[in-house]
Ligand binder design. Sequence first.
Ligand code: BES
Ligand code: ZN
Length: 641
Amino acid sequence: MHPHFRTLLAAVLLVLSACTSSDVKDLNDQAEPVEDISIAHVNDQIDNQSYSNCEEVYSTHLSMELTVNFDEKKLIGFVKHDIENITGTTTMIFDVNQLSIDKVVLDDNEPTQFVIGNYDDVKGSPMEVTVKPETKSVTIYYSTQPNSKALQWLAPQQTAGKKFPYLFTQGEAVLTRTWIPCQDTPQNRITYDATLQVPSNLLALMAADNNPTEKNTEGKYAYTMDIPIPTYLIALAVGDLEFQATGERTGVYASPVLLEAATYEFAEVEEMIKVTESLYGDYQWGRYDILVLPTSFPYGGMENPKLTFATPTIITGDRSLVSLIAHELAHSWSGNLVTNATWDDFWLNEGFTVYIENRIMEAIHGKEHADMLFSIEYEELEIENEEILAGEFPGDSKLKLELEGRDPDDGMTTIAYIKGALFLKTLEDLVGRAKFDPFVKSYFADHQFQTLTTEAFILYLNDKLLTPNELTFNTDEWIYGEGIPVNSVKITSDRFDRVEEKDKLIPGMESTDMLGLSQSIWSTQEWMHFVRQIPKETTLNEFEMLEDDFSFSQSGNAEIQAEWFIRSIKQERIDPIKKEMEEFLIRVGRRKFLEPIYEELMKSEEGFAFATEVYAKARPNYHSISYQTIDEILGWEVEKG
Ligand code: BES
Ligand code: ZN
């Protein structure tokens, strides 16, 4: 960021106190003793994914007024930043990416200068606005561009109801700056209010209070978020949406054609909240609603505060994929209450969240079920860890990342999620829940509404858990070492062992009756495991038998479908499933499914030809987050410009 910032310890300490949220600064009185922090670690706190100079001057509150224009695929309006200038600087730096800035004014409409610097494909550009030491607010008039990376504008035929268009945003990690000019770093927390003008036949929602439950005739809506949040959690969605309450503080928003199914699927959510509260303290965000996104939503879920965004692919009719909701809910503590200071500390958000997600599922459905859910993910960690260690960036297998100069998206691997959760499970195993649970609870209480580095977490861990219990632990190896330490707890699933017994019967079977599966009632995860473990020796004919009897290609469950496609392609069984795969790849835009399917297809000539043909049709349906990843896999940018 700034050279002086890196060299002077005094300046660094100033930053430590200045960069936290204004509203909560008084809570931040437990700054670490200076001698415990090496300069290198303090430097790690610099958010190298943001240009902003929030250590000098920072936003405290955003007021937005935006018109949502579907014809032009643009948001048009302004954002007013209330600012706190601590050093008296005359330059305030914002992050902007693909925005058209019309003008910038200070306080009561006083025009001021601004300069937009060099463009970086990931970070966008710095926008330097001239301010005065006494300036109280900066108002930026702007519009977004149709290809803004955070936004996906969907035509009616791309939605569940097929009658109305849809717009949604995805801010994490560094995309909020593609729809709001802001200091787009998790280190700064802001409150916000917004007024939106949308077509009157659509409902507009934000990750905020006052979400409407019905359309109004003017198409005008106002929102407030009075809890300070990092900018990556600001979110907006506009579509033909209806609301159904599922409890006093919970509800579901979805397209009318999906509302009933979604309400059934997410009925456990109040119970999930109660479980988490009993472990880690009150839910602090008021309402917890779930918005069902179109199938093109690039993620499974996104923990936008008060309003989780969720893929419709978890609506299976049997509630078998609701651990994803437990995950997004868990972020209300890990991530939204206590936030990673930089994207290099991403595991603090996701590792804790996966750990809590699993505790929620265990509390509601028992340990056997929770272990099974974790095992599915552990298998993915083992594979990805090996791939990372053998690849270009073996350091990506460390919990603490070093993503300077790279896309923070590169940190979204099972390392942060599953290795992170395993680290916590291993600690839990060492000290026992009687000590570990209160430790995690006080971790949230002591750091709520703050941002935290990995280093601050280590100090807290030593101080509150390890030293008082006279324990030593290989924390550094877990956090700064590559791969999975040998002392990791092993999570196994008896149910999966039984599934594997069935897999062994496949090669040489005369009919699927020999598996004795028709009567057995398996969960989604057992079927997923069964498909993953189909032995290499299985013949194409045996694949056909499995397909004929279990119709995996046409499963209404996207997880099972995706596993079947991937396992089939591995067996070079592409031709028989082309039709179903094409339909799936065009309809579903969730990157977690797309990435391994396209990657597997790329391994053969037949697969490559098929992938290229289908991608040409599917790409217009994908959000930028997904098509960027798939472009890379297919070498698309190179070929198509
Ligand atoms: N916060 C993440 C999604 C995310 C991470 C978006 C990084 C952008 C950058 C969300 O909570 C998440 O982890 N979603 C997972 C679901 C989960 C059950 C592991 C997903 O979308 O697959
Ligand atoms: Zn998450």
